[in-house]
Write a protein that binds this ligand. Structure first.
Ligand code: DAH
Length: 345
């Protein structure tokens, strides 16, 4: 036997292998080729074995050629493998993408803001147009800011109206209204002041269609030189018309709050009966807020000189405003998060 057939065979194997490796379409085909060529029963392995039976003087040359072919094929397999991987990565943007806007028919619908959030944003927008900024305060308050600084000393009968939840330590309580934000803001800012303070408040109260132990208020405070009751009434009127419609009228009545003097209550004419009186209003009117001129002592408690400055304040229940705006009969619906209810707004 001469070397020629073995060497010729190896050349043919090498040429054939190169062509097939270069055109292998995927990893699986490459792996099959590797087994077919270099595996235990592979052609190259077979040829290498054939070298062993050659005459001794030819073995070296044929062996060298066979090993070279093996190395060549090995390198080609690795190169092709890399090229295939590179192609796969480059094609990923086309082969693997997700349409995040895809909605399977009937499986999901677009949501919207909760009616309370909608109402709060609308109130904020209306007062922003009047130059008010939003101020926030803590929901866990101390007795001083929630009561004393607002002219409600310990033992004052008005505390019955604002029964609270107390923390077991440090005399802290869950704020019963947003009025303490008035004090906190005045303590930190000199006049002129124009703020609204929206947020959650808490009352130790039984729950019914009109009451919840947790609800939301929006407080307002304006302090400047020469502020009068007529400014307050004009502001309430502007707010009410912007919020409920231009055809609404407002009614101002006397009221009492320890932190305002004089104090008033504001009601808006009922949108359903137009003020004639119906089952959803009290004689044609719906109460929307308590308000008044800031008591001189409250200004003093906030570090402001009542001889120079005056101001007005108001506080409204956000839940109540949302109920009026959207004709919701039961406050508890606003807290249940029943989608069938919420999707109506
Ligand atoms: N804080 C009062 C309450 O929770 C509401 C209120 C009334 C706020 C009159 C005011 C105000 O600022 O002037 O019932």
């Amino acid at each position: 036997m001469s070397t020629q057939p073995v060497v010729g065979e190896l050349d043919k194997i090498a040429t054939d292998a190169r062509r097939r490796i270069e055109s292998a379409p995927d990893k699986e085909t490459l792996e099959e080729l590797r087994v077919e060529l270099l595996g235990k029963k592979g052609v190259v392995t077979g040829a290498l074995r054939g070298v062993g039976v050659l005459p001794a003087d030819q073995r070296a040359a044929a062996g060298a050629r066979a090993n070279a072919v093996k190395t060549e094929i090995d390198q080609q397999l690795v190169a092709r493998q890399r090229a295939l991987e590179q192609n796969r990565l480059e094609g990923l943007a086309d082969s693997e993408w997700v349409d995040v806007t895809f909605i399977p028919d009937g499986a999901a619908t677009r949501g919207h803001l909760h009616p309370l959030t909608q109402a709060q944003r609308e109130i904020t927008a209306i007062f922003s147009r009047l130059g008010y900024q939003v101020a926030l305060g803590p929901e866990v308050e101390d007795d001083y800011h929630n009561f004393q600084a607002l002219n409600i000393p310990e033992g004052h009968p008005a505390r019955d109206e604002w029964d609270s939840f107390y923390l077991t330590q440090g005399g802290w309580l869950l704020r019963t209204h947003t009025s303490p934000v008035q004090i906190r803001f005045m303590e930190a800012h000199p006049p002129p002041i124009r703020i609204i303070a929206p947020g959650p408040v808490y009352r130790h109260e039984a729950t019914d269609a009109g009451h919840e132990s947790q609800f939301h208020q929006v407080e307002g405070l304006l302090v400047d030189e020469d502020v009068r009751m007529s400014d307050l009434v004009g502001t309430i009127e502007y707010f009410s018309r912007s919020m409920f419609g231009a055809d609404r009228r407002i009614r101002i009545t006397g009221d009492h709050f320890p932190f305002t003097e004089p104090s008033i209550g504001a009601a808006v004419s009922c949108g359903i009966c137009k003020g004639a009186g119906c089952s959803s209003c009290k004689g044609g009117w719906l109460e929307i807020m308590g308000a008044g001129m800031v008591h001189p002592q409250v200004l003093r408690n906030g570090g402001i000189d009542p001889e120079r400055y005056s101001g007005f304040a108001f506080g409204m229940g956000l839940d109540r405003i949302a109920m009026l705006k959207y004709n919701i009969a039961d406050i508890r619906r606003l807290r249940e998060n029943d989608v069938r209810f919420l999707e109506q707004f």
